[in-house]
Ligand binder design. Structure first.
Ligand code: NAD
Ligand code: FES
Length: 292
């Protein structure tokens, strides 16, 4: 069992949790992920390790409530437990002294880009970070990103905070005006695709962290397969970070849509059952009060 030591609601749908997971914290490095299961009947949820504290034996995970399983995870509170937490999985970030590195984080992807930017900064790189969200309320970890960046550009799609732009707009300008040695990007697949298209004409090596559908996370099921330079690769064991210019984005985006109908049905079922459960609990509570 893994205890939730801290829970913070960063927006209506975004949760940050600190989990007691000493065996993961001991070995975790930036770029790696865990697969959690809430209980015996629960789906396996892959989540990037957004931070870790080896001394305290804890890891930080961050997730948006987008499907049934993440909605269920979002109902857990401090002191509650998660049944399993497998990891650290995947390969860590290849940290080196590259020179000037632009770190791009979109939406909840800001959390996984944070430890990557921190490691790259500690290795002596100059870090220009660009973070973005659809709107101010969804922007996360600006303060943390500032601590590991020499320069930080913040944008929102609707202009409610920072610059009104998608992250690729300031990225394009930085690439036109400055010498950049590497770009790292984490966020929704469509964002990473457009980051790749933005850096390609400048021929700047670009690394992305892919998040396809996963099941086992150990290279057995083949669910997370992607095409990299035309070759099948398994993200869970060979990634999650790949050269953005070699990713077959259309294939990845198509595969991520495979279970949309089932995902929608699972959310509807979950909401209906939760409502019934809450109603039954309320009725039981009222019955208790009636009988003193
Ligand atoms: P979002 O859709 O709100 O987008 C976040 C930002 O990405 C936007 O504000 C914009 O700046 C940029 N962006 C989006 N579409 C773009 C486009 N077409 N061109 C250029 N820039 C674009 O993101 P969200 O809802 O917070 O993200 C959720 C997604 O992120 C989920 O699909 C989740 O699975 C994924 N995610 C990926 C990783 C990973 O390791 N790659 C980690 C966490 C979450
Ligand atoms: Fe099964 Fe990667 S998740 S092979």
């Amino acid at each position: 069992m893994y205890t939730i030591l801290k829970k913070k609601k960063l927006s209506d749908v975004t949760n940050e949790m600190v989990l007691e997971a000493p065996h993961v914290a001991r070995k975790a490095r930036s770029g790696q992920f865990v697969i959690v299961r809430i209980d015996e009947r629960s789906e396996r949820i892959p989540l990037t390790i957004a931070d870790y504290d080896r001394a305290a034996g804890t890891i930080t995970i961050l997730f948006q409530e987008v499907g049934k399983s993440t909605m269920q995870l979002g109902t857990l509170e401090e002191g509650d437990h998660i049944l399993t937490c497998a990891g650290p999985l995947g390969n860590p970030t290849r940290v080196d002294k590259y020179g000037t590195v632009v770190c791009v984080g979109g939406g909840v992807g800001v959390a996984p880009i944070f430890p990557i930017a921190r490691d790259l900064k500690e290795a002596g790189n100059t870090i220009i970070s660009i973070i973005g969200a659809r709107t101010r309320q969804l922007l996360i970890w600006e303060d943390r990103m500032r601590t590991v960046s020499d320069e930080l550009i913040v944008c929102t799609d609707d202009g409610s905070y920072g610059r009104k732009a998608l992250v690729t707009e300031p990225l394009k300008e930085v690439l036109e005006q400055r010498h950049v040695d590497r770009v790292w990007a984490v966020g929704p697949a469509v964002m990473m695709k457009f980051v790749a298209l933005t850096t390609k004409p400048h021929n700047i090596p670009t690394v992305v962290s892919l998040n396809p559908i996963m099941v086992d996370g150990t290279g057995m099921c083949g669910c997370c397969r992607v095409l990299i330079s035309g070759q099948v690769r398994f993200v869970c064991v060979e990634g999650p970070q790949f050269d953005a210019h070699e990713v077959d984005w259309e294939n990845l985006l198509m595969r991520m849509q495979y279970y949309k109908d089932e995902e929608r049905l699972a959310v509807e079922y979950w909401k209906e059952h939760r409502c019934r459960l809450e109603q039954a609990e309320q009725e039981a509570e009222e019955e208790k009060h009636r009988h003193g």
